[in-house]
Design a protein around this ligand. Structure first.
Ligand code: PA5
Ligand code: NI
Length: 187
């Protein structure tokens, strides 16, 4: 019997581009991010259709035990002084973790527990981030290039954005040409 060799999906490590898989794509724009940034007036001054981040993921099964694979491309930019970032979320199934791998660019991964303890990990090409269960996560692009990160997470994890409607406890700004992280009271 002649067995064929299956062509798997591929990720171009340098760019994060996915190929040869059934792909899903979603763009998140300035107009989608009401009240996410500290300076809502500054957000409203920007072009609403400007894309802040694109997510490209393999269209695989969401069944229990299955894994999703996706790449986030977070563009450089700021709303006021605050760097572009993803909305951020807890998993709906709180106990489910996730792994992020930095592919290109420079930034931070903001992690926050349900008790409100927040911390920041540096993201760069080759960085590995183990996100435990019960931990909200948000990418922040503090550089001048696209920040791309590969993520693998359980199909059953789901997203809970509402739990963070009042924001994370840390915000990251550019001040005097430097990256400054500040603790804030909301969250
Ligand atoms: O699964 C993840 O954590 C990522 O793929 C994110 O969903 C992605 O970075 C977009 O962020 P958010 O879902 O917070 O808008
Ligand atoms: Ni997640």
């Amino acid at each position: 019997m002649n067995l064929s060799f299956i062509q798997p999906p591929q990720v171009a490590w340098a760019s994060g581009a996915l190929a040869d898989g059934p792909l899903l794509r979603k763009s998140t724009r300035i107009q989608d991010l009401t009240d996410v940034f500290a300076d809502e007036n500054a957000r409203q001054q920007l072009a609403g259709e400007q894309v802040v981040y694109d997510v490209e993921m393999l269209d695989t099964s969401p069944a229990e035990g299955e894994l999703y694979t996706g790449v986030t491309h977070l563009y450089p930019g700021r709303v006021g002084c605050e760097y572009f970032m993803t909305r951020g979320h807890f998993h709906a199934r709180r106990e489910q973790g996730e792994v992020y791998f930095g592919l290109r660019g420079t930034g931070l991964l903001l992690l926050q527990t349900e008790q409100g303890n927040a911390r920041l990990e540096k993201v760069f090409a080759g960085s590995v981030h183990i996100i435990p269960g019960f931990t909200a996560h948000r990418l922040i692009n503090t550089g001048e290039e696209v920040l791309s990160a590969l993520a693998v997470w359980p199909g059953i994890a789901g997203h809970d954005y509402a739990a963070l409607a009042r924001g994370f406890r840390i915000r990251v700004f550019e001040e005097n040409n430097r990256v400054q992280a500040k603790e804030v009271q909301n969250g």
